[in-house]
Design a protein around this ligand. Structure first.
Ligand code: BV8
Ligand code: ZN
Length: 240
């Protein structure tokens, strides 16, 4: 089955952890939503960082180390190929922080929840910077400018997403109207506001597709549901 794309179609893709699963990146649900016995929401949060920055940096350092040797899979490549074909009639919004879409060549991409290899100061307004450092042995990086704690440039639970990112997604969907095709790939549709984008796509008049290994809770909000592996289904659906 291929997603019908004609010369007026505009494609908005949302990806979650499932698109990186075949690259060897564990999803949040694989781990049963736990890390070292903590719920993700309790580690990926400003409260956790205030309470125990060493624990939070151990969590993110482990995930940075876990990306060693990890490469994009056929789904990432098919998404980048569709962008190359459609140009400004394509937009990707990802919940993932693993950088694999960029590695596959995606450029019209919004990292809604930040990026694992970027850090910023939690106190002053110096710009976020590339940081591939794996912090070990209770290390917590300190800002050279103000002495404040350096934190991952990640949107934690309870923190707002960048309004400009959400506006860009809204505008793309509204401008596309009935020519919009929205495709969610590898996401359990639990975390908002990303999980609400399908509703905006429907309000805009678009058609909605879900590609997922299982049928998640929000599957009924999609016109079409393709159950299976992203690495196999996405190249076929996109015809790339
Ligand atoms: C916000 C970065 C408001 C971190 C992430 C109480 C207090 C505060 C907020 C809330 C609250 N209650 C609810 C909320 C809102 C909250 C939320 O939605 N919580 C959930 C738990 C109910 N949202 C937030 O907090 C957001 N902010 O609301 O701010 C605000 C406004 C103004 C001012 C102040 C505050 C922020 C949310 C962002 C959190 N950060 N990521 C990090 O990565 O460390 S979320 C993180 O979890 C991911 O980015 C992703 O979004 C989510 C995990 O979901 P998935 O990506 O879908 O992954 P998952 O493992 O769940 O599913 C994978 C799927 O793939 C599965 O279905 C599986 O079947 C499938 N799959 C597996 N293999 C394959 C496959 N599919 C295809 N092929 C395969 N091979
Ligand atoms: Zn600083």
């Amino acid at each position: 089955m291929r997603i019908p794309i004609d010369q007026d179609t505009r494609v908005l893709v949302l990806t979650g952890a499932g698109v990186s699963a075949e690259s060897g990146v564990p999803t949040f649900r694989d781990a049963g939503g736990l890390w070292e016995g903590n719920r993700f929401e309790d580690v990926a949060s400003p409260h956790a960082f205030a309470r125990d920055p060493i624990l939070v940096w151990r969590f993110y350092s482990q995930r940075r180390a876990g990306l060693d040797g990890i490469v994009p899979n056929a789904a990432h490549r098919a998404i980048a190929a569709l962008e190359a074909r459609l140009g400004d009639r394509f937009l990707l919004a990802t919940q993932n922080v693993d950088g694999l879409h960029a590695a596959a060549g995606s450029q019209r991409m919004i990292e809604l929840h930040g990026n694992l290899m970027t850090s910023r100061c939690s106190s002053c307004d110096r710009a976020p910077f590339e940081d591939r450092q794996v912090y070990r042995d209770k290390q917590v990086p300190v800002c050279g400018t103000c002495g404040g704690l350096i934190r991952p440039h990640i949107v934690w639970f309870g923190e707002p997403l960048d309004g400009r990112d959400l506006d860009r997604v809204d505008t793309f969907a509204r401008d596309a109207g009935r020519h919009l095709v929205f495709v969610a790939i590898g996401t359990s549709g639990i975390v908002y506001p990303a999980a609400g984008i399908v509703d905006e796509a429907r309000r805009a008049g678009g058609s909605t597709w879900l590609v997922n290994a299982d049928r998640p809770a929000n599957a009924d909000r999609f016109d079409h549901v393709a159950i299976g592996k992203a690495g196999e289904l996405v190249p076929a659906l996109f015809g790339t």
